[in-house]
Design a protein around this ligand. Structure first.
Ligand code: AMP
Length: 225
């Protein structure tokens, strides 16, 4: 059986990572693993781990590397995603996380890293208007709300503003991205994995560009598992 791609989607907050990663996972029939969604779900469930993660998230800080790596490793190894393929969204976010990911993947390296490029004005406008389903993480915008009264089209959950989408936390996260995550583009460029894609425009148009980029990557579709 042929496998799906092993991908990372990079981009600043509001670049459309979550939307594109979900569409990619569906298109290629692989898992979508969003560390932000995992932390938010754990926080909602009130687990000790979730409550600890929430402290960092609410302030717009990064959750410490060892906690994040532990969660991702458990998911990737537990569900057979390494062999089948996956789309990572929001991970890695620091160079130590990227090195740990290489260790976890071992003989099954990434096929590509898609970086969504979006200018700052667009990112700010998207984040301030962003609304998310508190149950399944589907994203909406004040200008493209769900069909019925802020109830999620996908799962019927409540669609709300994220606690960390305040102006102060947004500014802090964008600064952190430049400092901690931007160096990853050079890290992956050096490994020949980075593909830059223009992330401005209708999500479906962006998706067409992203799929073209993934299909042009080295022959992952010839592998079997
Ligand atoms: P996101 O939904 O990707 O914007 O993530 C929301 C929040 O979760 C971030 O602001 C961080 O506090 C935390 N988080 C998600 N992924 C990571 C990661 N890879 N490393 C550290 N913190 C993370």
């Amino acid at each position: 059986m042929s496998r799906g791609p092993r991908l990372v989607v990079l981009g600043r907050q509001g670049a459309g990572k979550g939307t594109q990663a979900a569409m990619l996972a569906e298109h290629y029939g692989v898992s979508h693993l969003s560390t932000g969604d995992l932390f938010r779900a754990a926080a909602r469930a009130g687990t000790p781990f979730g409550l600890e993660a929430q402290r960092y998230m609410d302030d717009g800080n990064l959750v410490p590397d060892d906690i994040v790596v532990g969660v991702v490793e458990e998911r990737l190894l537990g569900d057979g995603d390494i062999e089948r393929g996956f789309v990572l969204d929001g991970f890695p976010r620091t160079e130590p996380q990227a090195r740990e990911l290489e260790r976890v993947l071992e003989a099954h390296p990434l096929d590509g890293v898609i970086e969504l490029l979006v200018p700052t004005e667009v990112v700010l406008e998207r984040m301030e208007g962003r609304r998310v389903c508190e149950q399944c993480g589907a994203t909406y915008h004040v200008h493209s709300p769900p069909r019925e009264n802020w109830t999620c089209d996908v799962c019927g959950g409540r669609v709300v503003q994220r606690d960390d989408d305040t102006e102060e936390a947004i500014t802090r996260r964008l600064e952190l991205y430049e400092r901690e995550t931007r160096p990853l583009t050079d890290f992956y460029r050096g490994r020949g994995l980075l593909v830059e894609v223009d992330g401005v425009g209708d999500p479906h148009d962006v998706f067409e560009r992203v799929v073209k980029a993934v299909d042009r990557l080295d022959d992952w579709s010839q592998d079997s598992w």
